[in-house]
Ligand binder design. Structure first.
Ligand code: PHE
Length: 447
């Protein structure tokens, strides 16, 4: 059965969906905890370099492969390189998307839980034991976080199986600007706290000594990939629903810059508060779930801000999770001729099961540390973000840089006959892959 492939209603629809995919928990939750663990300012600079030199050029690569092939992540490689092993990279992408959404959904479930607790007024005042311990006792229980994780997956599945256009596009149009406005207000408030200066110094004044730690580089690279939704095929799949009449370079640049702004502003919200409330910046994935309520607690009308904030954050998470689920779904619909419904439900169930491990790793399975001292969630995140995504992105760069002719590559990216085209092509063909290899070797201690 070969039904007509779906497509975006307009270029704006694509832009919104791609921005929705990029802006999510990665900008607020992940950015702040990874920046906190990696010493702040120097990490921020490495992250910005990764975004500009590798991330944004590869975003254009990924979207242009999808648009040219008009197929899912495996199908795109098969179509553009028949009989060659490139398609294997597509399966890697599917694996990474399942892995990421597995833990992403657990964290998004926490966001739902916070929204709910603000909505019913429960978090308007600091719980007796404090926000930190309250969060810990929630995440270490067995079933509660799983219920919220399941609820989040159900919502994601429902949106994906009804087609992305109406629900997600509309919600993004309202809630992304709302999230941006709230973040800016919160940044202003955070800056007024005692101790704010210390937080700003942490974020913006590089302490170069952290650069001697080899994990900082790979963390910055991984964060750039994660935040831009690169390397799993989500942007490729979204690009495949785009027709060739729309120009890509401006669109991808805009998406990259927007995404980065969201991250920086959320850093300005979180770090002043981290220092004002004497929280350790390297507290890990729990960081924002402790700092934010502490900020809201001190603000006039903070409880209401909390409602709006966690609603926006939850919706930003949904618009990202939808793009992750779309990766296996679009593959299964084509390759296995499954209906959208069946593909979304089966993939969603697998992801839910993967997430159970991540969730229990916060409590009963806290002793299980697959990688170094990382619990299950951090290990899933580490493998997916710092290894699978950069590898996936590098494969895409090599595909466009070496499998395509220069002419095909520039045409696919709408950069023919421009000076910018040669710069981009050089970055994609040489610079980005070489940098990624160097960062990998260095993380392995070989460089
Ligand atoms: N970019 C999303 C975020 O920042 C997460 C994501 C990663 C989405 C990879 C799709 C693919 O929350």
């Amino acid at each position: 059965m070969n039904m007509a492939r779906e497509s975006w209603a307009s270029k704006l629809g694509f832009m919104l969906a791609a921005m929705g995919s990029a802006v999510g928990l990665g900008n607020i939750w992940r950015f702040s905890y990874v920046a906190g663990e990696n010493g702040g300012g120097a990490f921020l600079i490495l992250y910005l370099i990764s975004v500009l030199v590798i991330g944004i050029p590869l975003l254009l690569v990924e979207v242009s492969i999808g648009r040219k092939a008009q197929s899912d992540v495996v199908g795109s490689y098969e179509k553009l390189a028949p009989g060659k092993p490139w398609y294997l990279a597509g399966f890697f992408g599917i694996g990474a998307s399942l892995l990421i959404l597995g833990f992403y959904s657990v964290v998004a479930g926490w966001s739902f839980y916070y929204f709910w607790n603000y909505l019913n007024g429960f978090f308007f005042n600091e719980p007796q034991e404090g926000y930190g311990p309250a969060f810990e006792s929630f995440t270490t229980t067995l079933t509660q976080p799983l219920i919220w994780h399941g609820l989040f997956m159900v919502v994601t599945i429902l949106i994906v199986l009804s087609g992305v256009k109406k629900g997600i596009e509309l919600a993004n149009k309202i809630f992304m600007p709302l999230l941006a406005i709230l973040l800016i207000i919160l940044a202003g408030f955070s800056l007024s706290l005692d101790g704010a200066a210390e937080g700003m110094r942490f974020l913006f004044q590089p302490d170069w000594s952290v650069l001697s730690d080899p994990t900082v580089y790979i963390s910055a690279l991984g964060q750039a990939f994660f935040s831009l939704s690169l390397g799993v095929g989500a942007m490729m799949t979204y690009g495949s629903y785009l027709s060739s009449s729309h120009k890509l370079p401006g669109a991808t640049f805009g998406i990259g810059i927007m995404d980065t702004l969201f991250a920086i502003i959320s850093g300005v919200v979180i770090f002043p508060a981290v220092f004002a409330f004497s929280i350790e910046p390297d507290s890990g994935p729990v960081l924002v779930f402790i700092t934010l309520p502490s900020i809201f607690n001190q603000m006039p009308f903070g409880g209401y801000v909390g409602i709006l904030f966690f609603l926006s954050l939850s919706l930003a998470a949904i618009s990202s999770s939808v793009s992750l689920l779309e990766v296996p779904v679009s593959y299964l619909m084509r390759a296995a001729s499954w209906t959208r419904r069946k593909a979304a439900m089966v993939s969603g169930l697998i992801i839910f099961i993967l997430g159970i491990g991540a969730s229990l790793g916060m409590g009963v399975l806290a002793g299980v540390t697959p990688i170094g001292e990382n619990n299950i969630m951090d290990s899933m995140d580490y493998i997916a973000s710092n290894i699978f995504l950069p590898l996936g992105g590098m494969t895409m760069a090599l595909f466009v840089g070496w499998h395509f002719t220069k002419r095909t590559a520039l045409e696919a990216a709408d950069l023919s006959g421009t000076g910018l085209g040669s710069v981009w092509y050089g970055l994609v063909r040489y610079i980005a892959p070489i940098l990624i290899v160097i960062i990998f070797l260095q993380a392995l201690g070989l460089f």
